[in-house]
Design a protein around this ligand. Structure first.
Ligand code: HEC
Ligand code: HEC
Length: 178
């Protein structure tokens, strides 16, 4: 069992890492997201107040059912550290400044972290993997074999399989179309 302190520490680290990654981005949560949700959860679906206290990021609640605030916490507690480790394992030098903005773009916060972002490399609508392979085989294999399935798992979705055309989470869950 993870203690609350450990979770909080992770969250604070995540927020710090996030700030390092961005240039002028102000602190997203001020690190106090656990106890005092000071953020105006404009896009959040909760009708306001009165809910039972859940753990930060609501690990027991599926991504689709999390509030905006819980999604943000989940990103900081689970997504950022896991994906950062994975990207750094792939290329330490390129991704040493990995943060929220690596996926969401420098304007991620202004756009309420809506995905896909137009800040990362655009891919052609038809057969993005083929085009990406021609562009850079190594990074594409990393995207197909690691990034997509792992990220899908973190948001409770099935990775898209071009062969069977099944699954909901694919390249275009992050990348814009060309
Ligand atoms: C590895 C890429 C990646 C990183 C790093 C990442 N995110 Fe995300 N984030 C996503 C994706 C993909 C989605 C959309 C998931 C979905 O619904 O399909 C998302 C969704 C969100 C949402 C929900 C948006 C909505 O409309 O419901 C928030 C809030 C968010 N991210 C905040 C953050 C914060 C804050 C950080 C840094 C602590 C972060 N993200 C780091 C990929 C990332
Ligand atoms: C969870 C979000 C996410 C998903 C899903 C994802 N990618 Fe990526 N991809 C990224 C990020 C983040 C980068 C690094 C962005 C950067 O270079 O600044 C990247 C980089 C790339 C690059 C290198 C771009 C460059 O500028 O050199 C290619 C090519 C690519 N992805 C292809 C794909 C393909 C093909 C898929 C689907 C099989 C895919 N990606 C799925 C987030 C994602």
């Amino acid at each position: 069992m993870t203690t609350k302190t450990a979770l909080l520490a992770t969250l604070v680290l995540a927020v710090l890492a996030c700030e390092k990654g961005g240039e002028t981005t102000p602190p997203t949560t001020g690190g106090e997201a656990t106890d005092t949700p000071t953020d105006t959860t404009a896009a959040g679906g909760d009708a306001g107040g009165g809910e039972a206290k859940t753990e930060p990021g609501a690990p027991g609640v599926k991504w689709a059912d999390k509030t905006y605030q819980q999604r943000k916490e989940w990103m900081g507690i689970e997504v950022l550290p896991q994906m950062k480790a994975m990207f750094k394992e792939y290329d330490e030098a390129q991704f040493k400044g990995f943060g929220c903005d690596t996926c969401h773009g420098a304007d991620g916060k202004d756009k309420n972290f809506a995905m896909p972002t137009d800040s990362i490399y655009p891919l052609p609508k038809d057969d993005p993997v083929k085009a990406a392979m021609e562009y850079d085989e190594a990074v594409t294999k990393f995207m197909v074999e690691k990034v997509t399935p792992e990220m899908a798992r973190l948001v409770d979705e099935e990775p898209y399989d071009p062969k069977t055309k099944t699954g909901t989470f694919g390249c275009f869950s992050c990348h814009p179309t060309e």
